[in-house]
Write a protein of this length. Structure first.
Length: 242
């Protein structure tokens, strides 16, 4: 197998994994969603199943993300993974630039999970806390994650499970339209959250959020810090794409 053939095989295997990340699928469905012929898809699945990256249920003839991914989940939870590694210096600089707490969250089932945080050094400050979980339906961070999820990922969380009311749906649509989310006292009285998505070619990766006392966030300051957040998110996205 030539180098180009090897690269193409890896690329196709990644397409399969991204398709399975949205939902379990049959061979036929998976070949369609990943734009592969059935023989090619079957051959790649054989290897992915053997390595534990894909699981196969022969009774239902369904393929799903495999148990080997728990190793990656552990790496993400304990060390933040490559996302935290790449974002660390950028977030540290953003914290110093704004003087406020800066946090990075990813979607984790029906909740958001804080993978990295640089807390404000000011006496009065608010923080999420690395490793903390919070509902996706409350606060700027959760609404940004919901607004910029792919449709398949959103459907996998089920609107009824998320308790998405018509009012919340309107807020999510507004966040999607304007490209950022903001909240005032939704989780903690007196705290303000300003959040933007971190994305790459595959879609949403995380939400980058500034957390501060409302008293330090008049409209002019919010506007300035929003620009700082957007620049930092773009820089993280660019570094992840290299």
């Amino acid at each position: 197998m030539s180098d180009s053939d090897s690269v193409r095989a890896v690329d196709r295997a990644v397409d399969i994994l991204f398709s399975l990340a949205e939902r379990p699928q049959t061979l036929t469905s998976l070949s369609h969603s990943s734009n592969l012929s059935k023989p090619t898809c079957r051959r790649l699945l054989f290897t992915l199943v053997a390595r534990g990256l894909v699981a196969h249920d022969p009774e239902q003839n369904l393929y799903a993300v495999g148990p080997a991914f728990y190793l990656f989940i552990e790496a993400l939870h304990l060390r933040g993974g490559g996302l935290a590694l790449i974002a660390d210096d950028i977030m540290h600089r953003l914290r110093d630039q704004t003087g406020e707490t800066v946090a990075l969250h990813v979607a984790n089932g029906l909740q958001r999970f804080c993978v990295l945080e640089w807390q404000s050094t000011q006496p009065l400050r608010y923080a999420a806390g690395v490793g903390s979980l919070g509902p996706l339906t409350i606060g700027a961070t959760g609404k940004v994650l919901l607004a910029f999820m792919k449709d398949g990922a959103m459907q996998g969380r089920a609107p009824l499970q998320l308790h998405i009311t018509p009012e919340l749906e309107e807020e999510i649509e507004q966040v999607r339209a304007q490209g950022y989310g903001e909240s005032y006292g939704e989780r903690v009285p007196g705290a303000m959250g300003l959040s933007v998505p971190v994305v790459n070619d595959s879609g949403l990766l995380a939400a980058l959020t500034l957390i501060a006392p409302e008293s330090r966030m008049p409209p002019a300051t919010v506007k300035k810090h929003l620009g700082d957040l957007l620049d930092a998110a773009a820089e993280i996205s660019m570094k992840l794409s290299r």
